[in-house]
Design a binder for this molecule. Sequence first.
Ligand code: SAM
Length: 179
Amino acid sequence: MGLILINVFLGVIIVVSLIILWFVWPPDSPWTPWWRTSRKKARAAAELAGISSEDLVYELGSGDATFLLTVAKEFGACGVGIEIDFIRHLTARLKVRIYNLGDKVTLKRGNFFDYNILKATVVFVYLVPRVLEKLKPKLFAELKKGARIISYKYKFEPDKKLKLIRSDAKNQLYLYQIF
Ligand SMILES: C[S@@+](CC[C@H](N)C(=O)[O-])C[C@H]1O[C@@H](n2cnc3c(N)ncnc32)[C@H](O)[C@@H]1O
C-alpha cells in the first residue's frame, strides 16, 4: 500500500512539473508548450489581412494548423504549414484529414529556414521577437513586394522594407507588408 502511495505521489509530481514546464517554455522552441492560435484569433487575422481564395498562405511554425484550417475552410485560401515538432505536425495532419482539407492545406515537417517561401502571398507567424528578427532577411530575400505578413502577439522591429499597415490591438494581431 505504502509503495502504491509513493508511486502515485511521484506520478502527480511528474505530471504537475510537466504542466508547469509546458507553460513556461519559450514559445519559439520546438518543444514549446501548446502556445497556439485559437480559431477566433485565426479568423480575426484572416479578416485583418483580407485573405481570400486568391491567396497562398504560409504559416511558419504551423503547430496544429488551426490557422491554416480556418483560412482554408472559411476564406477559401490554400495554405502551406511548416512545423518542426513531430507531435504537432502529426496532430495537424490528422486534423487536415478529419476536415478533408488535404487539397487546400499542405503540411511539411522541418525547419522553416530550410524551405523556400517565394510563392506566399501571405505569411502568418506566431513567434517570439528574437525569431522574428532572425526571419527578416529570409522574408526580404524570398517574398515578393506587396506580400502581407501577419504576426500574432509579437511585433517586428520597425524596418523600411517591412511596414506595419494595420493592427488589431484587441486580438494582438499585426499586419505588415513588404515594400
Ligand atoms: C508559438 S507556437 C505557434 C504555433 C502556431 N503557429 C499557432 O499559431 O497555433 C510556435 C511554433 O513554431 C514552431 N517552430 C519554432 N521554430 C521553428 C522552426 N525553426 N521551424 C519550424 N517550426 C518552428 C514550434 O514548434 C511551435 O509549434
